[in-house]
Design a binder for this molecule. Structure first.
Ligand SMILES: Cc1cc2nc3c(=O)[nH]c(=O)nc-3n(C[C@H](O)[C@H](O)[C@H](O)COP(=O)(O)OP(=O)(O)OC[C@H]3O[C@@H](n4cnc5c(N)ncnc54)[C@H](O)[C@@H]3O)c2cc1C
Length: 406
């Protein structure tokens, strides 16, 4: 159970940005301006936006929180990375989801758990955008309960052979390298994590069609049919797969929270813009008090989501600096869960409000609020559903004796 003291000793932070952080964020804004028209087009075509990778690689942003030792790593702290994802989130949840899969779930997991050989083989190209990462935990029969996954591995001839299927994987059909989880064949414990190359024998992937949104983002199904993985690609200690998955989800959830802050910001901007140009009943709609109510709630939720998210990013940074401190892990984990839960719900509400303020024009996918409304819905599902996070947050208060499932 977390006590108030656990938080107070960790809450000495402020948002004064250094010159270096400000320069990074100006660079992010410039890259986002390049992404916007491409994303507008790809979204309406319902096509994967393959330009995102190149635009952000050219801006040196694909290795932002990765150590400078590897490729285009910039060594940025978690607060800077969260502020970056907030800006990217304004361009659309599909664009931000690319980052979540490639950087937060993929590269940061290899940085945290990989050995030097794996880091130089995988982080160097990934941070430069020469390869794309994905994180494959979910299966057709295992979502909220990853411990129930069925993918298995055997050790044969000095390699691992993986069998199984992964589903709903962001960047899944375009990724060059994937972090994949499997149990030893015939066992239900000792889960391991592997880095699997797209070109491996027995590996295939295909894009999932007919999603209800995220049109410009790739989501794939992965087939592992006696897939050969070299023994050097076991990621982290043998048997620690679940810990690796949960630590990756911490980074992933933070990225979702930060992206959702950007969504709220964009929805507020769009609603304010429209309320200042649209006349009905002889006055600007922004002068109608019921329209003002939408703006007031959005503005409040923007600040609430941002504070929760930046505080969570600060705690994630502290945890990064002391990864063996269990109390810090517990605090970072619960505060990230709160930020993701609150910001994803607030983003969905903000998108709904912005659509309402824009009336029929809000209902068009040519305007971002409508796209945000469709796309942010998944933020309440992936990286921990609302229900799972509600229970996780409650447990951080009630204590482990109240755990309903492990
Ligand atoms: C677009 C998209 C991208 C994704 N990207 C990735 C990715 O990159 N990598 C990856 O591994 N996965 C990814 N996922 C999968 C995602 O993480 C799962 O969808 C999520 O974990 C929920 O699992 P599920 O869909 O199987 O739902 P289920 O777990 O089957 O849940 C169904 C419902 O039951 C509820 N429920 C389940 N268990 C409990 C419980 N104990 N108590 C209360 N309620 C419960 C859930 O909250 C939910 O409402 C992605 C999904 C989507 C849609």
């Amino acid at each position: 159970m977390l006590k108030q003291d656990d938080f107070s000793s960790l809450s000495k932070f402020n948002f004064d940005l250094s010159d270096e952080q400000s320069l990074i964020l100006e660079n992010v804004d410039r890259a986002c301006k390049v992404v916007r028209p491409v994303e507008d087009r790809r979204y309406l075509e319902h096509k994967y936006n393959e330009q995102v990778r190149k635009i952000f690689a050219d801006a040196h942003l694909l290795g932002l929180p990765i150590s400078r030792k590897y490729g285009d790593g910039q060594g940025a702290d978690m607060l800077t990375y969260a502020l970056t994802l907030e800006r990217i989130g304004r361009e659309g949840t599909g664009v931000r989801t690319f980052f979540s899969g490639h950087v937060s779930l993929g590269q940061l997991t290899v940085q945290r758990w990989g050995n030097e050989d794996q880091k130089s083989r995988y982080l160097v190209p990934a941070s430069k955008g020469e390869s794309v990462f994905a994180f494959a935990l979910t299966e057709p029969g295992a979502g909220s309960d990853p411990a129930s996954l069925q993918t298995s591995f055997e050790e044969k001839g000095g390699n691992f052979t993986l069998n199984g299927q992964k589903m709903w994987i962001s960047n899944g059909s375009v990724a060059d390298a994937l972090v994949i989880f499997a149990y030893p064949s015939g066992k239900r414990d000792g889960m391991c994590a592997f880095i699997v190359d797209r070109g491996s024998e027995g590996f295939s992937a295909k894009a999932i069609e007919n999603k209800m949104g995220l049109y410009s983002s790739d989501t794939g199904t992965i087939y592992l049919d006696n897939c050969i993985v070299p023994k050097e690609n076991l990621l982290g200690p043998r048997g620690r797969g679940l810990s690796i998955a949960y630590s990756a989800l911490m980074s992933g959830r933070l990225s979702v929270a930060a992206g959702c802050v950007g969504v709220i910001h964009d929805c507020l901007d769009e609603a304010v813009r429209y309320a200042g140009i649209r006349f009905q009943h002889g006055k600007l709609i922004g002068k109608h008090q019921l329209v003002q109510r939408h703006i007031g709630i959005m503005a409040t939720n923007l600040e609430a989501s941002r504070w929760l998210t930046l505080r969570a990013a600060y705690l994630r940074q502290k945890y990064e600096e002391q990864p063996t401190n269990p109390k810090l892990r517990e605090v970072a984990d619960s505060e990230i869960a709160k930020a993701k839960y609150f910001a994803s719900n607030a983003a969905f509400e903000a998108a709904n409000s912005a659509v309402q303020v824009m009336g029929a024009n809000g209902f068009s996918l040519e305007n971002r609020p409508g796209r945000h409304l469709i796309d942010t819905r998944v933020c309440r599902i992936y990286e921990g559903t609302d229900e799972i996070l509600e229970q996780k947050i409650a447990l951080s208060v009630l204590g482990k004796d109240f755990e309903a499932f492990s």
